[in-house]
Design a protein around this ligand. Structure first.
Ligand SMILES: C[S@@+](CC[C@H](N)C(=O)[O-])C[C@H]1O[C@@H](n2cnc3c(N)ncnc32)[C@H](O)[C@@H]1O
Ligand SMILES: [Zn+2]
Length: 408
């Protein structure tokens, strides 16, 4: 019997018992999920909803009769894995947490929901568990890495353990570090230099993809991002992992650097493991900030993005946050169009910031996009930041379009 305060929640199509985190709140400003004996964060429902939706699509595409194994090395209350086990019963679900109280709660929920047959629960260190699974020769098809803060300490064991044609999902809530508030910590954890500016969130997603790709390549595996998003206090990426030295080598070619001028907002990227971007801005002459290495390849797979939209429309009932998810996916579709229409991936320009700098009112985003598209550039919205556009137009053309949009 668990003696601390518990409550029942319904997420997706699963009713599960979780800690009543508000009962543990230590102070008005504290973060109750961390105060509770077992971690449960209601705000991450959208993260779990996306995970379930992508898993459904992955399984549809996989078309195999072999057993598929899912592993969540840091399961907390178990809400994610228990949803997976309950809603996708074809999977063998492995869940782990080093907190014995978490394991006890997970086991109670498994018993209540009668999921014993296709679940296994471990009370171990995440890295130890993954490496033990690898050493045993067991094929792990899907790993969902959802740690406190940074995924960095777990990336290497994950890269070793994930199987051929596997699906790797990674969360980071280490946003202050990855967005450049603590640049030294960022370099230490991710071997990548952040930029503290309005492009920081996309840079963080690309940094997470970049250091994951490096870890996978080290173990002869490639990185094919299929979906990624930056939502509130976290970032998340889904990677299809293939095996093969050539594929791994090719994935490494997607690494590179970004130069961002915080004076005129000019942006430039260059692939390579050595930075070749000049420090001085070619547009205004100011010293630019250089970030990286980061992933400069595609972040989305068109088939997955379309299937995801379809899944959310057809199966809305399975996702409590479907409305919010659809909003993100519709913007990701635009970003994906930008990726498809151009050889290069593009960061975004914040139109409000540029208008502020020009001392003019903020233009209508849709007008700027139309003007740029009429001039032959690609121009799309991004889910990562409001009032921002992804375009292959240089800064001077964006400025021209902003001025024109105001006149119009
Ligand atoms: C953010 S919570 C997980 C939340 C969960 N994935 C979800 O969707 O609700 C992180 C969990 O990782 C566990 N943890 C932290 N470090 C660990 C380690 N080295 N090995 C195993 N578990 C760990 C903590 O006990 C905590 O329950
Ligand atoms: Zn400049």
């Amino acid at each position: 019997m668990i003696k601390y305060p518990l409550t029942k929640v319904v997420e997706g199509q699963t009713e599960i018992t979780v800690p009543d985190v508000e009962a543990f709140r230590k102070s008005p400003t504290s973060f109750p999920p961390s105060d509770a004996p077992v971690f449960y964060n209601k705000k991450m429902e959208i993260n779990r909803d996306f995970a379930l939706a992508i898993l459904r699509i992955y399984l549809q595409k996989k078309k195999t009769k072999d057993e598929i194994t899912y592993c969540e090395p840091m399961a907390g209350s178990g809400i994610r894995s228990i949803r997976v086990a309950n809603e996708l019963p074809s999977l063998q679900v492995l869940m782990n947490d080093r907190n014995p109280q978490a394991v006890k709660l997970i086991k109670e929920n498994i018993k209540k929901l009668k999921l014993k047959k296709h679940t296994e629960v471990f009370e171990d260190d995440a890295n130890e568990l993954m490496l033990r699974l690898r050493a045993s020769g067991r094929k792990i098809d899907i790993i969902d890495l959802d740690p406190f803060g940074s995924p960095s300490p777990f990336t290497d064991a994950t890269a070793q353990t994930i199987g051929k044609n596997g699906l790797l999902a990674v969360t980071s809530t280490d946003m202050a570090t990855m967005c450049g508030v603590y640049p030294k910590a960022c370099i230490r954890k991710y071997a990548s230099k952040p930029i503290h500016s309005f492009i920081a969130h996309e840079l963080a997603v690309r940094m997470m993809l970049g250091f994951t790709a490096i870890a996978l390549a080290r173990h002869g595996k490639s990185t094919v991002p299929i979906f990624a998003h930056s939502t509130e206090h976290f970032i998340r990426a889904y990677i299809f992992v293939e095996k093969g030295i050539t594929k791994a080598k090719n994935a490494m070619k997607n690494l590179g650097f970004v130069a961002h001028c915080t004076n005129c907002y000019n942006l430039e990227t260059a692939n390579g493991l050595i930075n070749t971007l000049a420090k001085q801005c070619p547009h205004c002459g100011e010293i630019r900030q250089i970030g990286g290495p980061i992933w400069l390849g595609k972040m989305y797979d068109k088939d997955y993005v379309c299937a995801l939209e379809n899944e959310l429309v057809q199966n809305t009932i399975a996702y409590g946050t479907a409305k919010k998810m659809l909003k993100i996916v519709s913007l990701v579709k635009e970003e994906n169009e930008a990726e498809i229409s151009s050889e290069k991936s593009h960061f975004y320009f914040d139109l409000h910031r540029i208008a502020d700098k020009l001392n003019v009112p903020s233009p209508k985003m849709v007008t700027v996009i139309t003007l740029l598209q009429k001039s032959g550039f690609i121009a799309f919205r991004t889910h990562i930041r409001t009032n921002s556009i992804k375009t292959d137009a240089p800064i001077e053309k964006v400025v021209e379009a902003i001025k024109q949009a105001i006149k119009d």
